[in-house]
Ligand binder design. Structure first.
Ligand SMILES: C[S@@+](CC[C@H](N)C(=O)[O-])C[C@H]1O[C@@H](n2cnc3c(N)ncnc32)[C@H](O)[C@@H]1O
Length: 335
């Protein structure tokens, strides 16, 4: 396979999430599509391998709230893919059982949503529930004889800036990694993921504090803390995200597809936010055919929804920028 195709993929394996019942914080549940069956999901893992994907991030929805999670985990573990699951930590007993029976091969594991450490702090919505669960579970996983790769995904907003250095030191103490991503916002009916409102977003009034906090994180990374983002990403965050009107980074100038994004029905997507008028006509198994693969890349580069977003909104999704930066060496969860 020519190296014009990404080696990194993300898959919204399910939109099911028990937290949808208790919180309106995340609107992803309402975007659910007819989901692939267990057999189709198992076959899709083989397709990803066959088309040269090496690293796979599983998002949702909640991985552990879908039926067949154990079988899927077994298939991932037996595959040639390195994988991480982003999870809300609520399935504590099952996660400990999976991890305890070595269902995570070395280099694969779990990233937990964790937005603060001070238990008096609350961002509201399901962020609080998930964070409290992760604070309890991570130390237990770290104590296992063969712990999985551990990490936290911290969404940066205008309330938790002061929490970030402490989170980085804390997770490093458990040999885990911290990924950061600003709260991505923007209101367009085609957005699936990002928050429509700006109330918790970073804005011009936060720029100084964001820049100072990023300097601290960058220094901690230099001192050996496990920040799973590049120095370039960290240093660029204040300028890219505090403009007030839009994000200063966008994917409009990219000349190649950085990341393969798969939806729960195995159709393909532009990115976390957008299905894409042209891109969504392709399905994962189309990529087994070289002509379709070329057509898909063409569709991604020219998709009108992608161009519209780039011109009007932009983003600073850590996964997207990481994939762009790591394209040549094959992707990574921790760089
Ligand atoms: C929607 S969750 C789904 C995966 C899993 N169930 C969980 O709770 O971690 C995926 C990650 O995206 C983050 N996220 C959700 N909305 C976001 C936004 N608008 N901007 C940046 N990150 C966001 C969440 O905090 C979480 O860490």
């Amino acid at each position: 396979m020519k190296r014009s195709f990404p080696r990194e993929a993300q898959w919204v394996m399910t939109y099911q999430c028990e937290l949808n019942r208790v919180s309106k914080y995340c609107s992803l549940g309402s975007h659910g599509r007819e989901e692939a069956s267990l057999q189709e999901k198992l076959a899709a893992i083989k397709i990803l391998e066959a088309i040269g994907v090496k690293t796979l991030k599983l998002l949702g929805g909640e991985f552990f709230d879908q039926s067949g999670a154990e079988e899927i985990l077994g298939a991932l573990n037996a595959s040639g893919l390195d994988f991480v699951i982003t999870t809300n930590a609520l399935a504590e007993r099952r996660i400990l059982a999976f991890a305890g029976s070595a269902l995570f091969k070395p280099g694969s594991g779990l990233f937990f949503s964790l937005d603060f450490l001070d238990k008096r702090f609350t961002a509201g919505g399901c962020s609080t529930v998930k964070t409290l669960a992760a604070i309890e579970l991570i130390p237990k996983l770290a104590e296992l004889p063969f712990p999985p790769l551990l990490g936290v995904n911290t969404v940066i907003h205008n309330k938790n800036l002061g929490e970030l250095p402490g989170i980085l030191r804390w997770i490093t103490g458990y040999n885990g990694y911290m990924n950061i991503c600003p709260l991505i916002w923007g209101d367009w009916q085609k957005f699936i993921y990002r928050a429509p409102g700006k109330d918790m977003a970073l804005g011009p009034e936060h720029r100084r504090c964001v820049a100072e906090t990023m300097n601290v994180l960058s220094a901690l990374k230099r001192q050996g803390c496990n920040l799973a983002c590049s120095q370039r990403y960290v240093r660029g965050l204040a300028d890219a995200c505090c403009g007030g009107e839009r994000f200063a980074w966008d994917c409009g100038s990219l000349k190649r597809l950085p990341l393969l994004r798969v939806d729960s029905d195995l159709s393909l997507m532009v990115c976390s936010d957008i299905r894409g008028e042209d891109v969504s006509k392709f399905r994962l198994d189309d990529l087994l055919d070289e002509r379709h693969r070329a057509g898909f890349i063409e569709a991604w580069l020219n998709d009108a929804d992608r161009t519209y977003c780039a011109e009007n909104f932009g983003c600073y999704w850590s996964n997207m920028l990481r994939a762009v930066e790591n394209f040549s060496n094959g992707g990574s969860f921790i760089k």
